[in-house]
Design a protein around this ligand. Structure first.
Ligand code: AMP
Length: 280
C-alpha cells in the first residue's frame, strides 16, 4: 500500500494508473470503522486499483460544527486500509485542495437544500465540491458511497448525471452495530447513556419497516421517537418518508420505494439514519 500525503505525492504515485486499470475510489473523512471497511471491500471486489481518500473537508462543516474536534486517527486508518488491501491512500492537507483565493464551488441545487441541507446550509455544496475535485484527481471508473448518508449519495448521483461525469456510483448498504445503531465516526462522541438514547433512531426505523402503508410507518416510527424525546438529551430534528430522487415528503397513498430518513441531536452529537421501504 502506498500513502500519498499530498497532491504532489498522489500525482507521482498515480502516474500510469490513470487509464489502465481504472481505479475505484472510496472517499472518506477517516476514523474508519466497519462501515468504511465494507465500502472498501466492495471497491476491492470490483477494481484492480483501490484508492481511499482520507480528508476532513472543511467546506462541508458549518460554523460551530465539529470540524476541529472530528477524530483524525491516521495511523489506525492506515492500518485498516492496509488490512483491506487498499492500493493507495490519499490524505492531503487542506491547503492542497483549497487555495486561499479559491472561488468556484459546486451547487447541489434543490436536493441539497432540504432535510440535511436545511439543517446544515451549504453542506452538500461542500460535499459535492470535494467529491468533484477527488474525481478529477483520481479519475476513478467507480466510486463507492454509503447508503448511510442517503441524501449525500443522491446528491452525488445527481451531480454525476447533471455534469456528465464518467463515473459509476455504487451505493453500499448501511453497516450497523449489534444493537442496531448505524456505525458512524461520530458515535465515539456519545456517552454510554447517550448511546442508549441513540438506539431509538434505528429502533424507530425498524418499527416503520414492519408497516404496510406510509401513514402507519410514520405512526410506528413516531411512537418510538416521541418516547425518546421525553429525555431532554434527545432532540429530534426530522423524521420523514421521502422520495428517493427528490428527498421531498411522499404522499400518504405513495406506492413503491421511499426512504425513511431521521436526524436527531443526542447531547451535543447530531446523528442521522435511514432505511429504504417499499409500499404497495
Ligand atoms: P465519512 O467518513 O463519514 O464521510 O463516510 C465515508 C463514506 O462511508 C460515506 O460514503 C458514508 O456514507 C460511508 N459510511 C459511513 N458510515 C457507514 C455505515 N455505517 N455503513 C455504510 N457506509 C457508511
Amino acid at each position: 500500500m502506498k500513502v500519498a500525503g499530498s497532491l504532489a505525492e498522489y500525482a507521482a504515485l498515480a502516474t500510469g494508473h490513470r487509464i489502465n486499470p481504472p481505479a475505484a475510489l472510496v472517499p472518506t473523512m477517516g476514523a474508519l470503522h466497519e462501515g468504511h471497511r465494507s465500502l472498501i471491500s466492495l471497491a476491492r471486489a470490483r477494481a484492480e486499483l483501490v484508492v481511499v481518500s482520507i480528508f476532513v473537508n472543511p467546506l462541508q462543516f458549518g460554523a460551530g460544527e465539529d470540524f476541529a474536534r472530528y477524530p483524525r486517527p491516521l495511523a489506525d486508518d492506515l492500518a485498516v486500509c492496509a488490512a483491506e488491501g487498499v492500493d493507495i491512500v490519499f490524505a492531503p492537507p487542506v491547503s492542497d485542495l483549497y487555495a486561499a483565493d479559491r472561488q468556484v464551488t459546486v451547487s447541489a441545487g434543490a436536493l441539497g437544500r432540504v432535510l440535511e441541507g436545511a439543517a446544515r446550509p451549504g453542506h452538500f455544496d461542500g460535499v459535492l465540491t470535494v467529491v468533484l475535485k477527488l474525481f478529477h484527481i483520481v479519475n476513478p471508473g467507480l466510486a463507492v458511497f454509503g447508503q448511510k448518508d442517503a441524501q449525500q449519495l443522491a446528491c452525488v448521483q445527481r451531480m454525476v448525471t447533471d455534469l456528465n461525469l464518467d463515473v459509476e456510483v455504487l451505493g453500499a448498504p448501511i453497516v450497523r452495530d449489534e444493537d442496531g445503531l448505524a456505525l458512524s465516526s461520530r458515535n465515539s462522541y456519545l456517552s454510554p447513556t447517550e448511546r442508549l438514547l441513540a438506539r431509538n433512531l434505528s429502533a424507530a426505523l425498524e418499527k416503520a419497516g414492519t408497516q404496510p402503508s406510509v401513514p402507519s410507518a410514520r405512526a410506528a416510527a413516531y411512537e418510538v421517537l416521541d418516547r425518546a424525546t421525553d429525555d431532554p438529551a434527545f432532540a429530534l430534528d426530522y423524521a420523514t418518508l421521502v422520495d428517493p430522487a427528490t428527498f421531498r415528503e411522499v404522499a400518504d397513498d405513495h406506492t413503491g420505494t421511499a426512504i425513511f430518513v431521521v436526524a436527531a441531536r443526542i447531547g451535543q452529537t447530531r446523528l442521522i439514519d435511514n432505511t429504504t421501504l417499499t409500499f404497495g
